[in-house]
Write a protein that binds this ligand. Structure first.
Ligand code: CTP
Ligand code: CA
Length: 236
């Protein structure tokens, strides 16, 4: 069986992909995390490399083999992820940023240097309250910093379950408008959907385009291909 020829439509491009999920430490042995496996982000990075791009993969807590042709920068927390993304973009040659990582919106306000004990103080074994503070929004920062000749094309991801205020597509459209990115990949998530799974369904939404491109249920490799088909067309 022969594989379909891979278009080299990303040759000469530098692509930055974040993948996985950040972990926000509480103490040396505990963290607040999320269920992102990194599979979709890794598939996006692998496909970009296959199509000729130079790829920098900012990887947050992913246990997957590094895709061929990708340079990996490993990060743990949202602040570390932000630092890695900003450093790469500030170098000035990034054409596309794909924010596939699940970045924690909040982190514990304080980090306990020693393990938090069940009984604290004078025999006090009441449940502690964990105070949180906001993390920076990395994607929003990229969009806000835009305007120069070297501004990258920015792709956001949205994991939505739908809620009382709207379905997945409604929420995704609102998020695209709010975030101001060039493309939004909206994922339907739930206990049994997407996270750690090998297939999913996504909607690709672009500003000014009414109808989303819906892909799936499809493998994460096929979804990666569809994303780059859209982005490569927009770059040229
Ligand atoms: N994102 C980011 N920095 C954050 C949080 C999210 O860069 N601190 C990026 C994600 O990588 C993703 C996009 O923003 O590409 C959307 O993430 P999502 O969690 O769906 O959106 P939020 O704006 O955080 O909204 P909410 O969690 O309330 O749905
Ligand atoms: Ca969020």
């Amino acid at each position: 069986v022969e594989e379909a020829a891979t278009p080299a439509d990303l040759a000469g491009r530098h692509v930055l992909v974040s993948a996985g999920g950040t972990r926000e430490p509480l103490d040396p042995v505990r963290f607040l995390g999320n269920r992102s496996s990194g599979k979709q982000g890794y598939a996006v990075a692998a496909e970009a490399a296959r199509r000729g791009a130079r790829v920098t993969l900012v990887s947050a807590n992913v246990e997957l083999a590094t895709p061929a042709g990708c340079d990996v920068v490993r990060v743990g927390t949202a602040l570390e992820l932000q630092e890695a993304i900003v450093a790469a973009v500030d170098a000035g040659d990034v054409d596309v940023v794909v924010m596939a990582a699940a970045v924690a919106d909040f982190r514990p306000a304080t980090y306990a240097g020693a393990k938090i004990k069940k009984t604290h103080g004078d025999g006090d074994d009441s449940a502690p309250t964990i105070e949180l503070v906001r993390n920076p929004d990395v994607l929003a920062g990229l969009v806000a910093a835009r305007g120069g000749a070297t501004s990258p094309f920015v792709v956001g991801f949205a994991a939505e379950t739908g809620d009382a205020t709207g379905g997945v597509l409604d929420l995704a459209r609102a998020k695209l408008a709010r975030k101001g990115c060039d493309l939004l990949v909206a994922n339907e998530v739930g206990a049994d959907k997407t996270f750690g799974q090998d297939t999913s369904t996504v909607h690709l939404l672009a500003p000014g385009v009414d109808e989303p491109v819906t892909v799936g249920p499809a493998s994460k490799a096929d979804i990666a291909r569809a994303i780059w088909d859209v982005v490569a067309a927009r770059l040229s």
